[in-house]
Design a protein around this ligand. Structure first.
Ligand SMILES: C=C(O[C@@H]1C=C(C(=O)O)C=C[C@H]1O)C(=O)O
Length: 187
């Protein structure tokens, strides 16, 4: 899989909704994955022999309009979570500058370790609300999926979770790629 950091960021401006505002969530088990609490990494690891985080890019950039209210800039980390060499999740994490300052070593040294190892192994971060989106990728994300040979035949589903740390919070969004949806729907 040859993706380049030159195209970072891959994320797109997406409309997120509270789950109860979505007329029709996808059939289970996908909706169970979208709404599941706990570490997604842990859940993914139980469905593969080889779990890998491929970092697409990280850096301080401007979030999309409305993506991260009151944050003109944020540390953004985009990764692919791969199960047995198949990319399942495109994840985009937004970390506000004040939180990055407090936990710089943790976040900047993550590399190919999953963020979940940081968020779920200490009591520092409190999981908050989940929002859901379903969308047709265009531009960067669509191009990324082309390079991954994952044709988009139907809308993608994603979720984003808020994690609070003292009086600030980070946002983790996870988009389920076509390969993941196909395999989850066979479960
Ligand atoms: C938040 C978690 O961490 C996962 C790992 C990520 C990363 O390494 O950037 C991003 C999103 C998550 O799916 C988790 O495991 O639930």
């Amino acid at each position: 899989m040859s993706v380049t950091r030159l195209s970072f960021p891959y994320g797109e401006s997406i409309q997120w909704f509270s789950p109860d505002k979505i007329a029709e969530l996808p059939d289970s088990p996908l909706s169970k994955w979208l709404l599941s609490s706990g570490s997604l990494t842990q859940k993914l690891r139980s469905h593969c022999t080889k779990f890998e985080v491929k970092v697409l890019g990280e850096g301080t950039i401007t979030p999309f309009n409305g993506e991260f209210p009151n944050q003109r800039q944020a540390w953004v980390r985009e990764v692919l979570l791969c199960l047995d060499d198949v990319p399942w999740i495109f994840a985009r994490t937004l970390i506000p500058a004040n939180l990055l300052d407090m936990k710089q070593a943790d976040f900047l040294s993550l590399g190919t370790r999953p963020l979940g190892e940081l968020l779920f192994t200490t009591d520092d971060f409190t999981p908050g609300k989940i929002e859901i989106a379903h969308f047709t990728p265009c531009k960067q994300l669509a191009n990324l999926l082309k390079t991954l040979d994952q044709a988009v035949t139907k809308e993608l589903w994603g979720r984003r979770r808020y994690f609070s740390y003292n009086d600030t919070e980070l946002i983790v969004s996870e988009t389920f790629l076509p390969a993941a949806r196909q395999l989850i729907e066979q479960m």
